[in-house]
Structures are given as C-alpha cells and as structure tokens.
Design a protein around this ligand. Structure first.
Ligand SMILES: [Zn+2]
Length: 209
C-alpha cells in the first residue's frame, strides 16, 4: 500500500475509533529526507490521498501537495530530525490522555501495557500549538520513550511504522483511562521497577515477534 493511502486509512481509523474528533490531531510517515503528513483543517472523513503533503525534513518546505500542512508540522519534523530510527508519528487529543496532560500529571505504570511505550508517560512543558518551542519541548521530553503527553494539549506516539505509532496512541489512551480510574478509586498501584523490567523485556520480543 502507498504511504499516502496508508495515512488516509489510519487518519480515518483515528476518527472512527474516537482517538480524534473533528480536525484535531495529525499523522505522519518519514521516508528518507521527506515526511508525508496530513493536512491542516480537513475533517478525516473527507481526506483523500491527494490531500497528503510531502515536506522536506531539512527546510520544512512543502515539496509536494497543494493543501496547508498540519499546524504541528514543526513538531513532527523536529522529532524525525532528532531520532533517525523513528519512522512514524501519531498526534491526538484523545480524552483521558489529555486529562493527564491538562493536569500536568505523568501517567503511572498501572498496567503492564505501558511497557510498549516506556516506564511511564511523561509530560512535555506547555508551549503554543504549532510553535517551534512546542516542537523542542516534545523532543526533549520524549527521549527514548515511544510516547509523551503535551501539557494542556494532547499526546504524541512514535513508531517504526504507522501501525506501531497508531497502536501506541491507543495504548496511551487506554492506560490513561485505567490510571484515571485508579485515581478515582483512590488506589493507584504502579508496577514495581522489577515488574516493569520484565514487561519491557517481554515487549521487545512481542514487538519483534
Ligand atoms: Zn494538537
């Protein structure tokens, strides 16, 4: 399947699964020195392959496409430039993850599924949406994690391909729901460091296998 076709398909998944609503959120895939990214302000159910933009990773210029690229293009670009192994990024404002982001609260490891992302989901400091400052804050906080929250904004998930990044966006939202529920029951029981080590080890095999 072509990259553009895959992006449109996953963009529609984001919308139908409730990970995004309206025109919020954006997705991209890196190929060599360019990235393919969803356009700004176009509802996912109306998106077609020709709406996907091709952006140069060095200059940030649109090299192919007629629409305006996603407002978070700098964030996607900075993440790719900093991490050569990342091939795809999914950004959403899914509700429970965004509640933690608004509360400036790290999502704790209340479920072993978090090992798909890291030991916890940290929160990058607030900066205006679309700004280079937000792009920098995101890169700094992401480090080797596969996902991060953006204060008062949403989440970012990364992966070796679009399927990976999309699954992680779902996992972050799921663990956020479970952590939210645990806080509501006033009984948050994070995994121990050893249990997390085991889960992280298991996920290496699970992902590659
Ligand atoms: Zn956003």
């Amino acid at each position: 399947m072509s990259i553009k076709k895959e992006l449109v398909q996953y963009a529609k998944h984001c919308s139908s699964s409730g990970l995004t609503s309206g025109t919020s959120g954006n997705l991209s895939v890196r190929e060599g020195q360019v990235m393919y990214i969803t356009p700004s302000a176009l509802p996912y159910d109306q998106m077609e392959e020709e709406d996907i933009l091709e952006v140069d990773l060095q200059s940030g210029e649109v090299v192919n496409g007629t629409r305006k690229p996603s407002s978070e293009t700098p964030m996607h670009r900075f993440i790719y430039r900093k991490n050569s192994d990342i091939k795809s990024i999914v950004h959403t404002h899914s509700t429970y993850a965004t509640i933690f982001a608004c509360a400036h609260k790290t999502i704790p490891p209340v479920h072993y599924m978090i090992a798909d992302i890291g030991r916890e989901i940290p929160v990058a400091s607030y900066a205006t949406y679309g700004s280079e400052q937000l792009a920098n804050n995101t890169v700094e906080t992401l480090k080797d994690n596969k996902g991060v929250l953006l204060a008062n904004h949403g989440l970012v998930a990364v992966g070796d391909d679009l399927k990976d990044a999309y699954r992680r966006a779902e996992v972050i939202e799921e663990v956020a729901q479970l952590a939210y529920g645990s806080y509501t029951l006033d009984s948050v029981n994070p995994l121990t460091s050893e249990d997390l080590d085991d889960a992280l080890e298991g996920f290496k095999t699970y992902i590659s296998g």
